[in-house]
Design a protein around this ligand. Sequence first.
Ligand code: ZN
Length: 443
Amino acid sequence: MIKPFYQLHELPENTKLTSVYDSHVHWLMTGEKNSYINLKNFGYLSDIKLTDVAETSFRGEWLFGFGWNDEQFKTLNKKEELDRITTEFPICFIKRDAHSCVLNSRALDIFCKSFSFQKDLMNFLETDINEEFTGVLKETAYYAIYSLIPDLDKNLIKEYLLKGQKYFLDQGVTHIRDMTCSKAQWECLEELFLEKKIKIYSEINFHIDNYQHLVSNILNLAIKAKEKSTDNPFVKVLGIKLFYDGSLGSETALLSKPYLGGETTGQQLWTNQECKEAIKLVWSHGLQISIHTLGDQAVTNIVEICRQLQREKINGILNLEHVQLIKPETIQNMKGLHVRCHMQPTHWLSDKFWLKEKLAPELYQQLFSWEALRKAKIPVFFGSDSPIEEVSLAKIIEALNDSAKNGIPSLQLKTLDLFSHPTKKNGETLISKGKVIKAELIN
Ligand SMILES: [Zn+2]
C-alpha cells in the first residue's frame, strides 16, 4: 500500500513546523557556489563566453564553475570542450555530484606537473580508449586541486557563510548539520558568533582527508572547538567526517556488484585498518564519527568495522552519510550499534533517470531503504546535501512521493515528522499555502 505524503500546500493554513533540520549540508560551499559559473544554464559547456564571466568566479587565475553533467559535452575528449572556452588560463568545472571535476588542458598541465609523482592520486584521472587523459578528475584527485589554488580569504569565508545562512532560512531551515568544517571556517564562525550575526543552529563536523590529517591537525582542533563552544546556544561541535567511498554519478560509490557496462565496483578511499583506527581515536575523545558511505559495500564494511570495535568494548556514535544502497542483512547487523543514517530523498529525483542503467537489478532493490531502516528502528534523518541539491522541503516530499510511485518502499511517516530536529525545539517555521513565510530561532 502506498500512503502518499501531503504536499506542503495541502497542510492547514499557517502550519508551524518545529526546528526544521537539514541533516547534511556543506555550509560554506552552499554560500560559495553562487559565486562560481552556474553550469546548469548552458546547453554545452563550450557555449560559455568569457566576456560574461564575473570576477567572483575566479580563485587566483583559476576559473571555477559548478554543476555539469555528461550531456553538456559535444567533444569526444571532455577537456577539449573546455579548451574551446580558453587554454590561456586554468579552468576547473565541478560536476553536479561534486565528486569529480573536469579541467581544460592548461589546468591539467598544472595538475600533472604538481602530482605526476603521486601514483595513487594519478589513478583517479579518467582516461579514454586511447589511454589519453580526458581532463576528468575523480575524488581524491579532484580534492587535490584545492592545494593548487589560493585559500579563500577570511572576509570571503564569512560572506559566504552568511549567504548560506540566509539561503537556509529562506528555505525554512533553522537547524543544519555541517559536514565540511575546516580550521579557517571555524575561526570565521567564532568571529561571526561574537559579532552576533549567526541566526541558525548548526552542528559542526570537521572534515579530514586522511588519518595523518586527523592526527596532526583536526583532532585537536575539534576537541578545542567542542570545549570552547559548550555554552554557545547556536552551535554544537559533533565530530569528524571522512569519505569512505564516492558517488553513483561518478561510478565511485563502492558496490558489492560491478557497475553495469563496466568492471569497476567503485572506489574505497580508506583502508579498513586506517578507518578503524580513525574511528577508535575519534570515539576515545567523545566525538562522533560521520562517514560518507553511499554504496552498499561501503555501508557493510563500516558496519562490520564498528561491530568489531564493539566486541573490543569500544563504542561511540556512528553517522552514516547517504546510505543510498544497503543490503537487508546489513540493516540487521546495525542493530545494537549507536548508528544514525542521514539520507537525501532529493537525490532520487536527480538520479532516477540513469539508476537502472548503472545498477544490477539486485542492487536496484536496495535503493533508498528508508522504510526498512525505520522498521528496524534505526534513526533516519533527512537533508539536502546542499549545494549538491537545493534545500527544499517541497522537493523532499516530492521525492518521497515519486519514489514510492516508482517502486521504492514508501516511508510510513507523517509529513510533519519528516524534518524536525530530534532534540532541539527552538526553531519555528511558518508555512502558508505551500510557501515558507518565516523561519527563525526562538528562545
Ligand atoms: Zn555531502
